[in-house]
Design a protein around this ligand. Structure first.
Ligand code: 4AD
Ligand code: MG
Length: 490
């Protein structure tokens, strides 16, 4: 494009090192800083396409309105630069200020701003160079995933956001209510289904898995990248109320092996296709120079290389608990069979089973701490205290769980039994087996009546994955407009 297009991005220009001066060059961008010399102003210009800015030299008389934050179009000659910081610079002959800025009040200056400060202005935060790199990383990873799944003939789908059920059964759903339809809280009509917009309570989805299963039963292997919502009051660096989940569902698979293989292949493909990209180069450069908000460059590189390795360890939950119990004194929470793994346990496993490099699959958790839809492991192992399910959590060093998956119970009766056991399907004395007493899941049960093959899949916390890849310490700084308990600013 450099030789043909009239307007070039900053990234394109920085790559372009002609031996001769090139005239008629135009670039759009935002003024990052202005340095005044006697007759000239040095303008540092960014447009989000590269971490490094472009240097433009503007005659002082033309530079009056070039304030930090302004949106400008600069035209001139691209010439080799005497400065050490750049090979070329733009000698500007024409300045257009397309969106002026009041530099005195613009909150983002060319200096270090803390993540806490930037988090108070999500509408402006993406203008900082490192946040622009994070946006590009997200976009590049989506493109790479799309290519990966297309190469495997998976169909990309759009499952719904508004649902009748709570897929994970954890009660962490947001209810959907149109503002002008909501009966007054406590009024006699509050529970009157006639007055509800959809006739019964609806929720924002916590996972699109159940709908994906229906689609997988129609077209085979499917995937989606969808927003999901969780009303969790967790105030941690890993939890958001709104995040993206990458979910894949495979039809006609008999056991968990191929499902884990898919997750592993997918993450290996993304990391190896992007590790040499300009975005990752910027990311590594940034973490080398900043030293503060992002993990150091060698740590970030190690993460990418870890994902590129083959044969990630797979360890059964029961063996993991035995291993943790041998190191029991290291932990605040004592590891016990039948309880969920705490993040200190996950960290230990990722460190010692994965050698601190490769991600680790922990499989076959106890049935009673997992969701109703997971298939029970058969035959049950005599060495294990209770029933387990064919499921996995994928743990990465430092960060813990980034994905969870399972085989789904595809047979009708065992599924109904599991739903009864978890109180989703009430016994006849407490209600009927359809309608609200089946947790809005009649349709899901129905799938088992007509051609339900063995199937399984997984969900990756997409923003957690990106935080891990970028070395961002909290997922709140990976998402442009983060929402978590107590915060939803714009
Ligand atoms: O482990 P989870 O709850 O699994 C499911 O929802 C399955 N239905 C997925 C499937 O099999 N299709 O969530 C999947 C991943 C977690 O491993 C975690 O990385 C991420 O979603 N996650 C969150 N990310 C950010 N904020 C939260 N509050 C999250 N809760 C889960
Ligand atoms: Mg999970």
């Amino acid at each position: 494009c450099v030789s043909r297009c009239a307007t070039r991005s900053v990234a394109e220009l920085l790559q372009w090192r002609p031996a001769e001066k090139a005239d008629d060059v135009t670039v759009n961008g935002f003024v990052r800083s202005v340095r005044s010399m006697k007759a000239h102003r040095f303008i540092s210009l960014g447009d989000g396409s590269s971490l490094a800015p472009l240097q433009a030299l503007v005659p002082a008389d033309d530079a009056k309105d070039l304030a930090v934050g302004a949106a400008v179009r600069l035209s001139g000659s691209w010439v080799s630069s005497p400065g050490a910081a750049q090979s070329h610079e733009l000698h500007v002959s024409r300045v257009e200020v397309l969106g002026p800025s009041d530099a005195k009040t613009f909150p983002i200056q060319k200096k270090y701003h803390t993540p806490e400060y930037l988090r108070t202005m999500p509408h402006l935060r993406a203008r900082t160079p490192v946040n622009a790199v994070l946006l590009r990383l997200r976009s590049d990873v989506i493109a790479s995933l799309t290519q990966f799944f297309a190469g495997r003939s998976f169909t990309q789908t759009h499952p719904p956001i508004i649902t009748s059920s709570d897929c994970e059964g954890a009660g962490e759903v947001f209810t959907v209510t149109p503002a002008n339809d909501a009966p007054a809280p406590g009024s006699s009509s509050e529970n009157n289904s006639q007055e509800l917009f959809f006739r019964s309570k609806k929720y924002l989805t916590v996972s699109t898995q159940l709908h994906l299963e229906a689609l997988a039963q129609a077209v085979g292997n499917v995937w989606t990248l969808s927003p999901v919502f969780r009303a969790e009051k967790s105030d941690t660096s890993r939890h958001l109320s709104e995040f993206y989940m990458l979910e894949a569902e495979m039809s006609f698979v008999d056991d968990l092996g191929p499902v884990m293989d898919l997750a592993e292949d997918m993450l290996r493909s993304v990391s190896s296709s992007l590790i040499e990209s300009s975005t990752v180069r910027d990311l590594l450069f940034r973490s080398r120079t900043s030293g503060s908000d992002l993990a150091p460059a060698d740590e970030v590189r190690r993460r990418w290389e870890g994902l590129m390795q083959r044969d990630w360890p797979r360890i059964k939950y029961s063996d993991a608990v035995t291993l943790l119990q041998q190191k029991s004194s290291l932990f605040e929470h004592k590891p016990t069979w039948g309880a969920g793994l705490q993040s200190e346990h996950e960290k230990y496993l990722a460190e010692y089973v994965g050698g601190g490099e490769k991600p680790v699959f922990v499989t076959n958790y106890p049935r009673d701490i997992k969701a109703f839809y997971m298939r029970e492991t058969l035959p049950a192992s005599p060495d294990v205290p209770g029933p387990t399910v064919d499921c996995f959590d994928l743990l990465v060093p430092e960060f813990c769980e980034i994905a969870g998956g399972s085989m789904r119970e595809h047979r009708l009766d065992p599924l109904l039994d599991a739903m009864k056991r978890q109180g989703i399907l009430k016994p006849p004395s407490e209600g009927v087996s359809d309608g609200p007493s089946s947790g809005g899941l009649d349709w899901y049960v129905d799938l088992r009546r007509w051609g339900s093959p063995p199937h399984g899949g997984f969900g990756v916390g997409f923003d957690r994955l990106l935080s891990y890849l970028a070395g961002v310490q909290t997922v709140r700084d990976m998402v442009t407009f983060p929402r978590w308990h107590g915060r939803c600013d714009c």
